[in-house]
Design a protein around this ligand. Structure first.
Ligand SMILES: [Cu+2]
Length: 124
């Protein structure tokens, strides 16, 4: 009986989870991608989400920040939104090899804030 109740709760949570997930947006791809290794630091980080992002004039609702292995910013604070794509130029005089961290905070049309982070590696 206990097992049936647990199964029922799990099913209920799954259904709720699906309806919640469909209300928020999710990151579907990135360049550089999560966990990838690149030979050169790209000119910009590009994140693609499942739905168009919310824009309210010039207010910075959607942002992505990239830090190098020494925890220095390589993103400039400039963010571009076009539909479901968020990008930011990356600028560094001498890119160092190692792990770069990408952190983002976006809102889709429903106004809910979605945050996340991942890393990629810069190799020689
Ligand atoms: Cu939502």
């Amino acid at each position: 009986m206990k097992r049936i109740i647990i199964g029922f709760i799990a099913a209920a949570l799954t259904i709720t989870g699906i309806s919640t997930a469909s209300a928020h947006t999710v990151l579907i791809s990135a360049n550089p991608s999560k966990g990838s290794s690149v030979k050169a630091l790209p000119a910009s980080i590009i994140l693609k989400f499942a739905e168009p992002l919310l824009t309210l004039g010039k207010r910075a609702i959607n942002k992505v920040v990239v830090t190098d292995p020494d925890n220095f910013l390589v993103s400039t604070g400039v963010n571009y939104v076009k539909g479901a794509t968020l990008s930011a130029p990356l600028v560094t005089a001498t890119p160092i090899t190692g792990t770069y961290k990408v952190s983002y905070r976006v809102s889709a049309q429903d106004g809910h804030i979605v945050t996340g982070s991942f890393t990629f590696k810069l190799q020689n």
